[in-house]
Design a protein around this ligand. Structure first.
Ligand code: NAD
Ligand code: TYD
Length: 361
């Protein structure tokens, strides 16, 4: 039975990936989820898989060399899927050093441990051992607001935020391991994800949560910045496909040509909430465009991200299956149906974060 070591599996994309993998492979695979449970890690995301015999959760920090090496020593790991990271740009502007530690040093620790476990005395690697580093399109920097300008796998790295700089650093480390040691890896650079289990510090769940609570919807700057949104399950499918059928050592961009300005997204969320809330729900009365408020812009705010997914489409036949009109409805319904999850995620430390981050805005 093939064993996956998933890092950051209690976060947004990692937990969606674990659900996807068990839906697809059932008892044919084993997953070990290694997560230190920062504010963004939530075991409630994994309740449905907790009882499985082929699922194990280990609380450990990816920077903890001993703990990570022990996991490799005690388990025959075939695949690593490395999600664990600090992932929020706004937090990286306040505490860049945490991002360097987790994203750069943590990735170095994972690479070292995998190499130590897998590399043979002659420098080769056994067939089937693979490391997938999950990264972002933000490493490529910002695009002009022009049709036809896209990020390709060959686009030079030009990160602007401490988050994207730390992810760029981690990507470079993975590249260096492939080039120096022939280390069997892939890198995927994906556009913005949305869907179930996303922590409400990110734009889409933050707007859904605020609207339901009748709070202002804080749009940074003039709201004309563009992001390329992908439903999280399509990302999970792409990651699996790259590990199954992709060429080793290659980078694949993942994105579905779904560019939207932030202000459009906020208006779509308001309209979708109006459409989906029952006629007698009292929250309907306060959910309208008057909630939108333009606030101070993010420092160094990238103008536009847009992925050219030509390579993954041509080589692996991947295309997004959930279009935005459907995906945003599924997402909003999920938040309706998981009010307890949302209440837990936004209690305690979240309030403090929100007050601080949005104080001057
Ligand atoms: P997230 O913040 O929701 O989850 C991160 C997870 O990593 C959490 O469970 C957290 O507890 C864990 N973690 C953090 N530091 C750790 C450490 N030192 N040791 C062990 N675990 C640790 O993030 P996400 O949105 O799910 O993103 C996952 C990955 O995908 C990240 O590498 C991110 O850069 C990348 N990515 C995200 C997006 C997006 O839109 N969210 C897009 C492209 C790529
Ligand atoms: P975010 O979800 O933080 O993702 P990223 O910065 O990694 O792209 O933000 C998406 C876009 O939404 C980005 O242009 C910043 C903007 N934004 C707001 O306008 N208001 C908010 O409260 C947040 C969190 C983001």
């Amino acid at each position: 039975m093939r064993t996956y070591l998933v890092t950051g599996g209690a976060g947004f994309i990692g937990s969606n990936y674990i659900h996807y993998m068990f839906r697809k492979y059932g008892d044919e695979i084993r997953i070990i989820n290694v997560d230190v449970l920062t504010y963004a890690g939530n075991l409630e995301n994994l309740r449905e898989v907790e009882g499985r015999d082929n699922y194990t959760f280990i609380r450990a920090n990816i920077c903890d060399r001993e703990a990570i090496e022990r996991i490799f020593a005690e388990n025959e790991i075939d695949r690593v899927v490395h999600f664990a990271a600090e992932s929020h740009v706004d937090r990286s502007i306040v505490h860049p050093e945490v991002f360097v530690e987790t994203n750069v040093l943590g990735t170095a620790t994972m690479l070292n441990a995998a190499r130590k476990a897998w590399e043979q005395p002659d420098g080769s690697y056994p067939e089937g051992k693979k490391f997938l580093h999950v990264s972002t399109d933000e490493v490529y920097g910002s695009l002009p607001d022009e049709e036809g300008a896209y990020f390709y796998e060959t686009t030079p790295y030009q990160p602007h935020s401490p988050y994207s700089a730390s992810k760029a650093g981690s990507d470079m480390l993975v590249r260096s391991y492939m080039d120096t040691y022939g280390f069997p890896a892939n890198i995927t650079n994906c556009s913005n994800n949305y869907g179930p289990y996303q922590f409400p510090e990110k734009m889409i769940p933050l707007m859904i949560h605020n609207a339901l609570e009748g709070k202002k919807l804080p749009v940074y700057g003039d709201g004309r910045n563009v992001r390329d949104w992908l439903y999280v399950e399509d990302h999970a499918k792409a990651i699996d496909l790259v590990q199954e059928k992709g060429r080793l050592f290659e980078t694949y961009n993942i994105g579905g040509h779904n560019e939207k300005r932030n202000i459009e997204i906020v208006k779509i969320i308001i309209a979708t909430l109006q459409e989906l809330l029952p006629a007698d729900d009292p929250r309907r009365a306060h959910i309208n465009e008057d909630l939108i408020t333009f606030v101070e812009d993010r420092k160094g705010h990238d103008l536009r991200y847009a992925i050219a997914p030509d390579k993954i489409k041509a080589e692996l036949g991947w295309e997004p299956e959930t279009m935005f009109a459907e995906g945003i409805k599924k997402t909003i319904r999920w938040y309706f149906e998981h009010e307890e999850w949302l209440a837990h995620a936004t209690s305690g430390a979240y309030q403090e974060y929100y007050e601080k981050m949005y104080a001057g805005r």
